[in-house]
Design a protein around this ligand. Structure first.
Ligand code: HEC
Length: 161
């Protein structure tokens, strides 16, 4: 008697764990939209790749790689609300990601702090997207890019003789 109840509980827990793991695991094989070709400097290209892989799901219209569980009612609501909320705050348009539209100084500052503060991608997304964490290399990429774009000040450069 007792052992059969234990077995039932064990089985339910195993089933729960399997379902719980299935979600993030399935995301490792997500079918992503074809990467956009990027114009511009090598430094920008590295940043665009990160934005496309780790941010576009929420911040770029029509470039969400929907998880297999996205058709489930609760998951569906969470995902749609996240996307809506994200794009109210900042949009990385296709043209921006491709280097056709320059990214404004304000957006650059926002992207920089999102990369460096660790606030993006949100934790609940990271829990299910194990490959989306901002790495040290990503942080280096953003800093290198911003440094490379910094205009030289013609009126101050070389003026200190
Ligand atoms: C799961 C969806 C999701 C992903 C993926 C995501 N974001 Fe966000 N992002 C949001 C939401 C929701 C908000 C608005 C609420 C908040 O600030 O937490 C937001 C806000 C922001 C803001 C704030 C804009 C402002 O108004 O100041 C920036 C910047 C940002 N995200 C950058 C990024 C970057 C860069 C990445 C990739 C590294 C990323 N996000 C990935 C959902 C996402």
């Amino acid at each position: 008697m007792k052992s059969s109840r234990v077995r039932k509980i064990t089985l339910s827990l195993a089933a729960l764990a399997a379902v719980g793991l299935f979600m993030p695991f399935s995301n490792l094989f997500l079918h992503r939209p074809t990467p956009l070709p990027v114009e511009g400097s090598e430094e920008f290209r590295r940043v665009s790749v990160v934005l496309q892989q780790k941010c576009a799901d929420c911040h770029t219209p029509k470039r969400t790689a929907y998880p297999v569980y996205s058709s489930l009612p609760i998951a569906n609501r969470i995902i749609e609300t996240d996307i809506e909320e994200a794009q109210k705050h900042i949009i990385f348009s296709d043209d921006m990601l491709q280097g056709k539209t320059p990214i404004s100084a304000l957006d650059k500052a926002k992207i920089q702090s999102a990369f460096l503060d660790g606030g993006m991608p949100p934790l609940k997304y990271l829990a299910l997207h194990w490959d989306a964490k901002i790495t040290r290399a990503d942080k280096e990429a953003i800093l290198t890019w911003l440094q490379s774009e910094k205009p030289l000040h013609p009126d101050t450069a070389g003026s200190q003789e």
